[in-house]
Design a protein around this ligand. Structure first.
Ligand code: N01
Length: 544
């Protein structure tokens, strides 16, 4: 189908064909809405389409990180590992697209560059890099929270003569590291996952690390058959439990790998003795620190856990200087997204791996042959940026989005993102964001949050149509109150600690306002609030 502006406006234009856009097609189609989806990639899958770096894997159990909308789908699909690797998740996305004929609604290889609210016509006009445009009554931004790779500006980077890659935009054909010297910048989730795999392939790997992370073992394994059968037999209960759980993961996965393996935090670390902590490390390794329940609110308690963590690094890494270099210090455990690793620290015991602890002297510039640091020069054939994303707001702000009166989202969000429920912004009628800032989003199992948001938006459009209403947007008061609430819930926790420089706070992007963006209260609490607001006749929204 042609992607040109149509005489007859669409009901909905959706930006993005990742899991959110895919589910939006399935859901909105049920209601007979006329829609088009615009996707920059050549196929579906979003995050899992772009992040093909070696070692990429989900940190939530596969049986729960999957769509719930079709029982036939969840019964027939066979996950093979506790936490699926990227190729398996992308196969799943392709299977869903095939099975439900989703692709016919998508214009691929097309990037949205603008979205303008046409006030007189009460329509959104969405422009693309192909020079065409779409008009629709509603616009849904299913653009993902981690979809704009961040490549930091480093002097001289354009002069590097070797191959350059970013983990968040990895070539579909893969990269052959054999016989090559490789440098990698960044040790967040993407770096921690890819470093052990690249180290096994490359001639030599140099890890340029600015901030060591607190990691926890993934405990991945082939999916146990009895667990898979149990979930399939109880899928309705599992899905119901996910929807009310803190992070969208049910109790059915407790004890398995990934974020499903969290044990009950049962003990206050401040009440333990040094001997008890050593015994806990002997028995559980890094995971010992998951047992303590006072780490989120007490800096003293948190620092005791960090000391245990550093001791465990010391135990694994043979070379004392490298071990010291890998130890996180000066910021609390839990302030950043937990990083799930497979053999990360052991990798630094290999002869072909070198750690450059940039805390001892940072990067000065990139040269044609490698990276010049204050500690010396390092030469590579290949340079990998594992430097993360302009998270949560990046994908929205790189489009020119203009609401009522031509106001740009960039100016509206100049001091940080403002939304009501992470779903809508005042002054941008009929524009919806899926898992936007101010919703649990990245603090949750994204599939659960995506389904909830798309269901909410779909119900909202139905409601407007039933009422013959033409537009919806938050009142300024409701939006302000929500922004304050999101901030208050996070305030005083390690997530907003002054020493924390996480992408949740936008701290990884120079000049980005330091605002805690996701909603911490949990998926269940949030869902209940969204439902109560609807039950109150869309309290806090202006419907015209
Ligand atoms: O990105 P990050 P990521 N010089 O921002 C470093 C999800 N995800 O892609 O901390 C030197 O966490 C930066 O250093 P510092 C998950 O939600 C999930 O790894 O700023 N270094 C840091 O080490 C995750 O949280 C999975 O000092 C520079 C790294 O680059 C999110 O994506 C897997 C630098 C960036 O870490 C982002 O993870 C992968 C510079 N100029 C990703 N600039 C799963 O497991 C940046 N860095 C599901």
């Amino acid at each position: 189908m042609s992607a040109t502006a149509e005489a007859e406006p669409l009901d909905v234009v959706v930006v993005g064909a990742g899991f959110a856009g895919m589910y939006a097609i399935w859901k909105l189609r049920q209601n007979g809405l006329k829609l088009r989806v615009i996707e920059a990639g050549k196929d579906v899958g979003g995050t899992w389409y772009w992040n093909r770096y070696p070692g990429a894997r989900c940190d939530i159990t596969s049986m729960e990180y999957s769509f719930s909308f079709s029982d036939a789908l969840q019964q027939e699909w066979e996950w093979t590992e506790i936490m699926a690797a990227q190729p398996e998740i992308l196969s799943y996305a392709n299977h869903v697209a095939d099975r439900f004929d989703l692709r016919e609604h998508v214009d691929f290889d097309t990037r949205v560059t603008s979205a303008t609210y046409l006030e007189a016509e009460n329509l959104w006009e969405v422009g693309t890099d192909k020079g065409n445009s779409y008009r629709a009554r509603f616009c849904i931004m299913a653009t993902g929270c981690l979809s704009v790779p961040n490549t930091p500006a480093i002097e001289g980077q354009e002069t590097f003569a070797g191959e350059v890659y970013h983990t968040g935009n990895w070539p579909a054909a893969g990269v052959d590291f054999s016989g090559k010297t490789v440098g990698i910048i960044g040790t967040g989730s993407s770096g921690v996952q890819s470093i052990p795999v690249i180290a096994r392939e490359a001639e030599h790997l140099t890890v340029l690390q600015r901030t060591p992370n607190y990691n926890l073992p993934a405990n991945n394994a082939p999916l146990p058959t009895d667990y898979r059968n149990r979930i399939k037999d109880h899928y309705a209960e599992v899905r119901a439990a996910q929807r009310l759980a803190q992070i969208g993961v049910s109790e059915f996965s407790r004890g398995l790998g990934g974020l499903g393996s969290y044990p009950e935090p049962a003990e206050a670390i401040l009440e333990t003795t040094a001997e008890e902590r050593t015994a806990a490390l002997d028995r559980f390794g890094f995971e010992a620190i998951r047992h303590y329940n006072d780490l989120a609110l007490s800096e003293e308690a948190n620092e005791l856990a960090c000391e245990m963590y550093r001791e465990q690094v010391r135990r694994i890494v043979d070379d004392p200087k490298t071990a010291e270099g890998l130890m996180p210090r000066d910021y609390p455990y839990g302030c950043k997204r937990p990083v799930i690793d497979i053999g990360y620290y052991e990798t630094f015991n290999r002869d072909n791996v070198t750690l450059v602890d940039l805390r001892q002297g940072g990067i000065e510039r990139i040269t044609p042959s490698g990276v010049q640091t204050a500690q010396g020069a390092f030469d590579f054939d290949v340079l990998v940026y594992a430097t993360g994303f302009d998270a949560m707001t990046g994908a929205l702000l790189r489009m020119d989005i203009r609401g009522r009166g031509g106001e740009s989202l960039a100016s509206y969000w100049e001091h940080g993102p403002k939304t009501y429920l992470g779903l809508q912004m005042t002054g941008f009628p009929n524009l919806f964001t899926v898992t936007g800032p101010g919703s649990p989003s990245v603090l949750s199992n994204m599939l659960v949050s995506i389904e909830q948001h798309v269901d909410w938006i779909s119900d909202c459009i139905n409601y407007l149509d039933q009422k013959d209403a033409s537009s919806i947007e938050p009142t300024p008061e409701a939006e302000d109150a929500w922004v304050r609430h999101v901030f208050e819930v996070a305030d005083g926790t390690m997530l907003t600690s002054e020493s924390c420089n996480s992408w949740y706070l936008g701290a990884n992007i120079p000049g980005k306002p330091r605002i805690f963006m996701p909603y911490v209260a949990g998926v269940g609490v949030y869902r209940q609030q969204c439902e109560a607001i609807v039950a109150d006749g869309y309290r806090g929204f202006a419907i015209r």
